[in-house]
Design a protein around this ligand. Sequence first.
Ligand code: ATP
Length: 319
Amino acid sequence: MKKIAVLTSGGDSPGMNAAVRAVVRKAIYHDLEVYGVYQGYQGLITNNIKQMDRGAVGDKIQRGGTFLQSARCPEFKEPKVRQQGIENLKALGIEGLVVVGGDGSYRGAQRLNEEGIKTIGIPGTIDNDINGTDFTIGFDTALNTIIEVVDKIRDTASSHERTFIIEVMGRDAGDLALWSALAGGAETVLIPEFKKDVQEIADKIQQGIERGKKHSIIIVAEGVMSGKDCAEELKKYINVDTRVSVLGHMQRGGSPSGIDRVLASRFGAYAVDLLMNDESGLAVGIQNNKLTKTKFEDIFSSQHKIDEDMYRLTNELSI
Ligand code: ATP
């Protein structure tokens, strides 16, 4: 393989730039020509593809977001539309493509792989919801962003003896909520994977108040219910002064953490290694601190699982 390309797709995550940098530098190191596709699959269709030299990824490792930009491109599910993208790549002599993104982006990558472009996926999403890897790029940074906010909210919560409900991202996966609840010392966490009764939460807050607790922090993943709805529900069972904070898109921004930069660099370089080795239809990952590769179909064959031990531990430590 002489020419490869890289794109970022789906929701952006801190560390995507570090992954692109690693792909570009590793490819050039091995005398490959490397191209950046701007705006994800959209740019593949519109031929927004530019050759990258080593300087093109300079001063990018510390930046959040993705300088290649990302886009949602639903029409990429249509074979005819994908064919246009494939023709654009082939016209430049590009045989291999690295896709940095989430589950949906992997589905597009799998199709491209079946249709003649060798693809490798890199897990880039703050949700940490991709099978075949313990961690996705951006999760650690987003987790630290949430923890910082939880710490700050805790200060004001205890000054005013309030119950704070903090809504964090996670439509289908509770990893961000769970990890931030454990790390932030929250009293309660609500995640899509486990049902919890609001009455049960109210009882716990009441017991805390009786023991002299000055504040309570509840972390709710957006996929369970909104912070506002959670506050409304809670009011039915307990009379406490409640405030809601919706963290929203701030969780996706910011300079990537050291962990995310290192992870992204390892993933990017490994993806190039695999393509040079003529391997494709795979996503890279990390399991027990070892780089791994998993076939796309194996990634899609099961649901992402939450760490049940961690859920139990979070509940045990927040008594
Ligand atoms: P995040 O987890 O951050 O949402 P994602 O990669 O799962 O990231 P999606 O919006 O689901 O984000 O997918 C990104 C893009 O991948 C879509 O806009 C579309 O272009 C492409 N894609 C998704 N599903 C398919 C599919 N079944 N076939 C082809 N392309 C797809």
